[in-house]
Design a protein around this ligand. Structure first.
Ligand code: SIN
Length: 486
């Protein structure tokens, strides 16, 4: 099957290294549509040697890219933004076909990804330094910020466009070059972005995309002394391994890892808003985001009413092929993901959880799992402790605010959290008490390019997006100027 695109050149089938497309590789990766299993494209892969070539190209390109004035780097990023938006529909079709999310969500993700190009282009012109009081009159102390060096980015399949944009944009804005390893499930979105980067005037070697197996590409990136920073979005387990591997060359790392987001509904909440927030947060990308609601904690006085409204709203969700009109829930990314969700639900029901809705695979195909609501969930259960990454909403009742906070913080993770209340005092108490990098109050979707995205504890380190997001790509150099007797 081939994709029908307005611009067929966006469907690239090989890695992009030093400004050249490698459409003959050491192997071939078949990219399949999770909605029906059809192979969309076969992409030529690279191995360790190909990755080292990309690192060398990025290293060579650093010499001139870091000298390009910030204003010009900003203009390049702005052109990349414009091109992404001009090709939003094609990029969305590629994404939905390789990843499964609905077309509406893919369009939204392309705009979200593009927003990082626009934002960090603007931020490039704001990389300023400091003049600090000196220890004596004949001295001056100055701090300048310089690009950290070659960046390696390992990106996930759940946001095939935006997670690349959120790393590549600050890297380029700071004057760094980058080697991107996209997930094997979704290389086509990454390659389409590289095609647009080239058209935007990104010089050869500044952006490189290497497609292939993690076991070949990962060690080449982590071992190389030329790579000075590694940025990763993915599981905590892989993040830990990457941190260890990067420690040998003492790279700077930023890790956007797993989550276990609580969604607390207090008895004074606007229930309609809370149900709507829970649905958008839980079922975004069929539950496959790190910030998806993972545990719904509801005060016992409103528990039954909330559950009945949540079940009704969830039952309305239309599941199917993400390309089809009106579909709100696509397939999961692959059969393995469905098996993982199935197991979590089974372990939890065996431990006493009750299925209020769904709770099984769908007959639409092997990658579909029904939107599910579980009640009677307790902290010892598998769905409470693990990141679900699927369309399952586990509900736990609580008595009071102190218990809600204790339940919410009872996890190794600390990425996103949410709560619904209309009590202004509680707003501040709970927001400050939650051990999370991000808190949504009366909102189920919190991500945008202007806000700092990131977690604490086992959810990782570093912040992406926002005015803080560029700092991870910069080194501070301190300059002491002496002998200034007047
Ligand atoms: C993620 O799930 O990794 C990212 C989600 C987001 O940016 O909202």
């Amino acid at each position: 099957m081939t994709l029908t695109l307005s611009d067929s050149e966006l469907l690239r089938k090989g890695s992009y290294i030093a400004g050249a497309w490698r459409e003959q590789g050491v192997g071939v990766l078949a990219v399949a549509n999770p909605a029906n299993g059809n192979v969309i494209a076969e992409v030529a892969t690279v191995d360790r040697a190909g990755t080292e070539a990309a690192i060398a190209a990025a290293h060579d390109a650093m010499t001139s890219w870091r000298e390009v004035p910030a204003k010009v780097r900003a203009q390049v990023l702005r052109r990349w933004f414009d091109l992404m938006m001009a090709h939003q529909e094609d990029l969305a079709v590629i994404m939905t076909t390789e990843q499964g999310k609905t077309l509406a969500e893919s369009r939204g993700e392309v705009a979200y990804g593009a927003s990082f190009m626009e934002w960090f282009g603007e931020q490039a012109k704001r990389i300023d330094g400091d003049v600090i009081p000196a220890p004596s009159a004949d001295k001056r102390v100055i701090c300048i910020k310089q690009p950290i060096g070659v960046v390696a980015a390992i990106t996930p399949w759940n946001f095939p466009n935006a997670m690349i944009a959120r790393k590549a944009a600050p890297a380029l804005a700071a004057g760094c070059t980058i080697v991107i390893k996209p997930a094997s499930e979704t290389p086509l979105s990454a390659l389409a972005m590289a095609e647009l980067a080239e058209r935007a005037g990104v010089p050869a070697g500044v952006v490189n995309v290497v497609v292939g197996s993690s076991s070949e590409i990962g060690p080449a990136l982590t071992d190389s002394p030329l790579v000075r920073k590694l940025t990763f979005t993915g599981s905590t387990e892989v993040g830990r391994r990457l941190e260890q591997a990067c420690s040998v060359t003492l790279k700077r790392t930023s890790m956007e890892l797993g989550g276990n987001a609580p969604f607390i509904v207090f008895e004074d909440a606007d229930l309609d808003a809370a149900v709507q927030g829970a649905v958008v947060s839980k079922y975004r990308n069929s539950g496959q985001t790190c910030v998806c609601t993972n545990r719904i904690l509801v005060q016992d006085s409103i528990h039954d009413e909330f559950v009945s409204r949540l079940v009704a709203a969830t039952a309305e969700l239309k599941m199917g092929n993400g390309l089809d009109e009106g579909v709100q829930q696509g397939p999961l990314v692959n059969v393995g993901a469905v098996g993982d969700v199935e197991q979590l639900v089974q372990r939890s029901t065996e431990a006493g959880a009750h299925i209020a809705l769904g709770g099984a695979r769908s007959d639409l195909g092997p990658c579909y799992y029904q939107p599910t609501v579980l009640t009677g969930v307790t902290p010892d259960m598998a769905v409470f402790r693990n990141e679900i990454f699927g369309p399952v909403a586990p509900v736990t009742a609580f008595r009071d605010e102190a218990e809600a906070i204790a339940l919410a913080n009872d996890t190794e993770f600390g990425l996103a959290s949410y709560f619904y209340t209309r009590d202004i005092g509680r707003v501040w108490r709970v927001a400050e008490a939650l051990d999370y990098g991000m808190v949504g109050i009366n909102e189920g979707i919190i991500s945008n390019e202007m806000a700092p995205f990131g977690g604490v504890k086992a959810s990782g380190s570093g912040r992406e997006g926002s005015k803080y997001g560029i700092d991870d790509y910069l080194e501070i150099k301190y300059i002491l100027m002496g002998g200034l007797d007047r």
